[in-house]
Design a protein around this ligand. Sequence first.
Ligand SMILES: [Zn+2]
Length: 297
Amino acid sequence: MKLVNKVAILATVFTASLSVIAEEKSELRVVTTEVAPKLYMLEGAGGFVGGNMMLSIGEDGVVLIDDALSSNLSLLKTAIKSVTDQPIDYLINTHFHADHIGNNEAFSKEGSHIVAHENIRHRLLKGAASSDNKKVVKGSLPVITFSHAMDFHLNGDDMHIFHVKNAHTDGDAVIHIENENIIHTGDTMFNGMFPYIDLANGGSLDGYINAQKTILALSDEQTKIIPGHGPIANKQDLQASIDMLEDTKQIITKLIASGKSEDEIVKLNPLSIYHDKWNWGFITTERMTRQIVQGLH
Ligand SMILES: [Zn+2]
């Protein structure tokens, strides 16, 4: 190979690496990706914006699924504006965590109707969305609630919204756009990361696994799965999560049965085989271990 070619190749590789670094250090923003005609996945880049969102636009109106942390309202609005100048008609909350419903109040002030499982409204009525955990923030409340399931027939899509019991919380909704073969899982899936199971707010290990199995049964090789956190997923990614959770459950169940305490189990680091692939900043391998121990008690 001629030297000049080598230099050209090296320069290309170097430039490519530089752009990767630039990408990593770029400012916080919401990226919009069209996953089907007029259906968009919205996700944070350059840092943590909140959970993954989805937007449906069309002649019948605009539907937004989840609305990020309140601190990122302007970033979210910029992303929405890049695909539509129409207001949000319906805002679906997948669950009550602040990184998914942080801008409820802002959108409801602009006329959006908030749709959610009834347990989210119950929690918010007890003040779950306010900083002091007592004050009810009226504008953040869902005005349309459901207990099992409901359907939207808008913009040419059949959007089936259904509750999965005691999974990530006690108020989770999964959204299946049947004709487009797209599923938004809310936080019943963290793609490639140990999941957070909110045991204090009605989440459970078995419910979490069951929710993933329910979603798996709705999926085929072409299904686009938008997880609550992490990159867009497919059926294999979901299967990998179920396998990891079931194996993890089995490992910890045996240790509990042998009489070991939570701290003793943590010391044994029994989930070390999953560390490299699944550990991350919020749910570390140790926190995952404790969460599973607590989830089995
Ligand atoms: Zn969550």
